[in-house]
Design a protein around this ligand. Structure first.
Ligand SMILES: C[S@@+](CC[C@H](N)C(=O)[O-])C[C@H]1O[C@@H](n2cnc3c(N)ncnc32)[C@H](O)[C@@H]1O
Length: 418
């Protein structure tokens, strides 16, 4: 029975891809699926919550909604918290933490509202069981999220624990790594990891449309840093579950049964396959390539993700016949471009302009039949590259608004496919 209401938060703009992903993971057991701003809601079972944690690459967390009430004061929030049967979900031996978010809440202090939720939970335990669980703000066993709108208080139990972008394979971060969830969103939006979706919906453009990976299209990140895009892509190519290498919050909740969890992981492992497409990464920095290789080994894709050191302005395509280039190049002061352009960088422009002029020339000269997807906060990237993009998809890199630009490369020019 699908007795739970689940909410999976995600970055703005990613909702339709997440909805598609949820349908792929759960099939018919995902009911009443609704795409909302910043996440997707559905009705599903406990087992489904575990499956979503294990497989979702786009969700930030998997939350169980336990309360949704109108409120106008802190006392209403306390009452809402008291009504939830928390004792069915965790025991007094588990520490907990309450986090709060709000949109247009009329309350003066969110800290005080958080305290009221915490008191409601502690008081309920004390009244029913004579004892209360401790609060732990650093590494709690159980996380509870309260969300306040202008009129409603919604309480969620977090089944993920650490956010899902932490896949458990990252040894070394490098200087400016992408979040794994953002790398996965880039791969989804490009049509490489899932079919291209109809504008604004979670339906494939046509039912028979295949994703890039299903068509065996190679993928290459020439500024791969710690390897986030390449490692995500390599795992996708092998149909590897994203959550096999980490622990989850649900392991500390009462309904948790290790037998069911082992069974789900076994099924996931049995579903792994030989890589359906080749994936490559390179970076000017040998140190970064080292990190990427260590990360790939920990992510169990050492033989699938192929890394090399090299300058993006000089490296030739890793395979013949075209493919997908996917990168978030160095940007602004955070990272200075190195390599061929690096030497001339400061003499010419301070904004990476020279690097992008040279990158465009290199791609036009050597990457015919490749499609380049470039994520950048620089809205003027196309004019710097003196190229016309044929798609621009809004994406958020944490708080930074970015665009994922698509350029079709033909010999000697980039084509505007309109
Ligand atoms: C924003 S970071 C990419 C981060 C990466 N996506 C990750 O998740 O770790 C940009 C990367 O470009 C690399 N880089 C700078 N100039 C380069 C060049 N000319 N050729 C190749 N890589 C370059 C830097 O070493 C850095 O690792």
């Amino acid at each position: 029975m699908n007795s739970l209401i689940l909410f999976l938060p995600c970055a703005a703009g990613v909702e339709v891809y997440l909805a598609y992903e949820i349908l792929q993971i759960l099939g018919a057991s995902a009911q009443d699926l609704r795409t909302m701003r910043g996440g997707v809601q559905l009705k599903a079972a406990w087992r489904d919550a575990l499956l979503l944690n294990l497989h979702s690459r786009l969700a930030q967390r998997v939350l169980i909604q336990l309360q949704d009430q109108p409120y106008s004061s802190e006392q209403d929030i306390y009452n809402a918290g008291q009504m939830v049967a928390w004792e069915l979900w965790f025991g007094v031996d588990k520490s907990f933490k309450v986090d709060i978010t709000a949109q247009h809440s009329p309350l003066k202090s969110l800290n005080f509202a958080t305290l009221r939720v915490k008191d409601a939970i502690a008081d309920r335990f004390r009244e029913r069981l004579g004892e209360r669980p401790n609060v732990e703000t650093f590494k709690p066993d159980v996380r509870i999220h309260a969300h306040l709108t202008a009129e409603r208080v919604i309480l969620y139990l977090d089944t993920s624990g650490e956010p899902l972008f932490k896949r458990g394979w990252r040894f070394e971060k490098g200087d400016a790594p992408l979040k794994e969830t953002l790398a996965a969103a880039m791969l989804a939006a490009s049509g490489w990891s899932m079919p291209v979706l109809k504008e604004g919906t979670s339906q494939a453009l046509t039912p028979e449309t295949q994703s890039g990976v299903e068509q065996g299209i190679p993928l290459y990140d020439p500024c791969c840093g710690s390897g986030t895009i390449v490692i995500e892509a390599a795992q996708i190519a092998c149909q590897m579950a994203s959550g096999l290498h980490r622990r989850f919050g649900f392991e500390r909740l009462r309904p948790f049964e290790s037998r069911l969890w082992s069974e789900l992981k076994e099924i996931a492992k049995a579903n792994e396959c030989a890589p359906r497409a080749e994936v490559f990464g390179s970076d000017i920095s040998h140190r970064m390539v080292d990190f990427a290789e260590q990360n790939a080994a920990k992510a169990a894709v050492a033989g699938v993700a192929h890394f090399r050191a090299g300058d993006a302005l000089q490296r030739m395509p890793p395979v013949e016949g075209g493919g997908v280039l996917m990168l978030n190049p160095p940007y602004g002061e955070r990272i200075e471009t190195a390599g061929v352009a690096g030497a001339r960088q400061h003499a010419s422009t301070e904004d990476g302009g020279e690097f992008f002029v040279q990158l465009a020339a290199h791609l036009k000269g050597n990457y015919a039949n490749w499609t380049a997807w470039i994520l950048t906060p620089d809205m003027k990237l196309s004019s710097k590259m003196r190229l016309k993009e044929n798609r621009r998809i809004p994406m958020w890199n944490g708080p930074i608004e970015c665009r994922l630009f698509r350029y079709e490369i033909k010999k000697g020019r980039m084509v505007d496919a309109g």
